[in-house]
Design a protein around this ligand. Structure first.
Ligand code: HMG
Ligand code: MG
Length: 303
């Protein structure tokens, strides 16, 4: 199937949250703000900036309220944050988040390890979070983790992913982000999982969230584009992973996604060289090389 050119594709930058939540040494708030300022300057409009979870569970996301207060607020830029429960939601609303995200899983074991409750209990909890957020006029995003495999249970059935996604949609989530948390998926598996979800939810309400542990994320995005998805989560420089999924690498690098999308004729509104500068900034702060092949190629071409 050939793709229509010049379609807008939404890129949700999750590096400041999904990326930095997994750093061994927490990154200070000033550096996180400086990264987000550079992402905004590169034209990124949807940024998952913070996470109002327990600092005992994820110390790297401490200071999220301070961070939100320090962010630039240009028109058209949206900042979201993770909110696992009403306590997190209250903090996110007070901090002025434009959108909040509840995060569930298609696997029981991962749900227990990540948020200390069963899938059913989590959905019950999310229902009150979604209700309160919508009443406050704030949009809610829903995540489903482990859509292409679980680090504890192995294979995950596409029908189970769809069941959780449908319940998130029914409670008012405007967008469901489908997370290959451990990056084990291949395009055929991604297609089967998406087919199950698309029987109940339109492609316009689904997002692909692919981690790149096995180097399959770009191939999975290409397959998802063919299935009609037009929203993808990614992390500048390929930062990150999940503290409760051992061995999971970062999300697919935003630089690589933008290069792919522009190469296919899609619009993102993102300036690739400036995005690469944001990536170089955070890599320098962390003292490591970029995981983005595109960023490395651009840097080599400039050297
Ligand atoms: P719990 O221990 O069951 O919670 O944790 P609790 O309600 O019993 O409370 C225990 C303590 O935590 C209390 O404090 C609460 O006040 C505090 P204490 O009395 O002991 O001093 N607490 C909080 N503090 C701050 N903010 C809050 C909050 N809630 C309770 N919101 C809980 C349950 C959900 C809180 C915990 O398990 C947690 O925070 N988990 C977060 C795990 C996490 O952030 N994982 C990474 C994000 S998910 C991910 O990366 C996947 C994704 O990228 C998609 C993909 O790739 O698949 C989204
Ligand atoms: Mg993730």
């Amino acid at each position: 199937m050939s793709l229509a050119v010049n379609e807008r594709v939404k890129v949700v930058e999750v590096g400041p949250r999904d990326g930095l939540q997994n750093e061994k040494r927490p990154v200070d708030v000033a550096t996180r703000v400086a990264l987000i300022e550079r992402l905004v300057a590169a034209g990124v409009t949807h940024i998952e900036a913070a996470s109002f979870v327990s600092p005992k569970w994820v110390p790297q996301m401490a200071g999220s309220a301070e961070l939100m207060a320090a962010l630039p607020r240009p028109a058209g830029v949206h900042y979201s944050a993770l909110t696992p429960n009403l306590q997190g939601l209250e903090a996110a609303l007070a901090a002025g988040c434009d959108e909040v995200a509840v995060f569930g899983a298609a696997s029981e074991a991962f749900s227990q390890k990540n948020i200390n409750c069963s899938v059913a209990e989590s959905l019950e909890r999310f229902r009150s979070v979604a209700e309160a957020a919508l009443a406050a006029g704030v949009r809610v995003r829903g995540y489903v983790s482990c859509v292409l495999g679980c680090p504890y249970e192995g294979a995950v059935a596409p029908a189970q992913v769809a069941r959780v996604a449908v319940q998130l949609r029914e409670m008012g989530c405007h967008e469901i982000s489908l997370g290959d948390t451990i990056g084990r998926g291949t395009p055929d598996a991604a297609r089967r999982m998406l087919e199950a979800c698309l029987r109940h939810i339109p492609a316009s309400a689904l997002a692909g969230h692919y981690h790149d542990t096995y180097g399959m994320a770009i191939a999975n995005i290409a397959a998802s584009l063919e299935m009609g998805l037009r929203t993808f989560d990614s992390s500048v420089s390929g930062l990150g992973g999940c503290p409760y999924a051992a061995g999971a690498s970062g999300n697919v690098a935003t630089e690589d996604v933008v290069y792919l999308l522009h190469g296919m004729g899609h619009e993102t509104g993102i300036d690739l060289p400036r995005l690469a500068e944001a990536g170089a900034f955070i890599c320098a702060a962390l003292g490591r090389d970029s995981a983005s092949r595109v960023a490395r190629a651009l840097a080599a071409a400039c050297a």
